[in-house]
Design a protein around this ligand. Structure first.
Ligand SMILES: CC(C)(COP(=O)(O)OP(=O)(O)OC[C@H]1O[C@@H](n2cnc3c(N)ncnc32)[C@H](O)[C@@H]1OP(=O)(O)O)[C@@H](O)C(=O)NCCC(=O)NCCS
Length: 187
């Protein structure tokens, strides 16, 4: 399977259903770091539910409608990204991300998402990449901003997490803006 190097020792690859046990272990470890913002942190609780979650992505990927990828640092799964939605017909997709707390602040997510956006725009001819985050999630909004996305507004009380209704902020970058909007960061 393909692997894209993000940094020394850090690799970005597809996260496939056969990795269910590894994903379940990862979910247990990072749950406290991500459960305020990541819905699957509440539902992936063992190898069976991890397998079901990865399989749901594999099924959508087979229809070219989504994708899930992992970030391994020194061989350990530390986070990942998704094309939560991917609609080649309209040219619109949405990216999502998560990372173990101790791996943050190194630009790993920035590099992984750049790779996805480059692929979406340059190889797949997509038109618009979206990023949706809880309005309280300043770390996530900072990622979108560093990528050169524009904040387009807030969808009020648009999703439920942990039994609470949340507002979501919508960010996006258009194919015509990519490159100019997000020059490669140094480092
Ligand atoms: C959102 C999340 C993945 C961001 O992780 P991150 O490590 O801050 O993301 P980035 O890869 O963009 O890294 C940026 C940081 O690395 C630093 N950095 C170092 N080298 C860098 C480089 N080459 N490029 C970009 N940033 C770099 C930046 O200065 C920044 O640090 P700062 O936050 O101290 O300013 C993380 O906070 C997380 O997992 N949160 C919980 C889950 C979540 O909220 N997911 C999003 C749901 S919408």
């Amino acid at each position: 399977m393909f692997a894209h190097q993000l940094a020394d020792g850090a690799e970005f690859r597809p996260l496939e259903p056969w990795r269910a046990a590894e994903f379940a272990k990862h979910a247990d470890r990072v749950r406290p770091d991500i459960r305020d913002y990541i819905p699957w942190a509440w539902t992936v609780v063992d190898e069976r539910t991890a397998g079901e979650y990865l399989q749901s992505y594999a099924d959508k990927q087979a229809k070219d409608e989504a994708g899930i990828y992992g970030i391994w640092v020194d061989g350990v799964l530390q986070g990942g990204t998704v094309f939560r939605t991917f609609d080649a017909g309209t040219g619109v997709c949405e990216v999502g991300v998560w990372l173990a707390a101790e791996m943050r602040g190194r630009g790993l997510i920035n590099r992984a998402v750049r790779h996805m956006i480059d692929w979406a725009f340059h190889e797949r001819g997509m038109h618009r990449v979206e990023w949706v985050c809880d309005t309280r999630n300043t770390a996530s909004a900072a990622v979108a901003k560093r990528l050169g996305m524009t904040c387009e507004g807030v969808h009020r009380q648009s999703f439920v997490l942990g039994g609470k209704r949340r507002d979501s902020q919508v960010w996006a970058v258009l194919a015509t803006e990519w490159g100019e909007a997000a020059p490669e960061p140094r480092g």
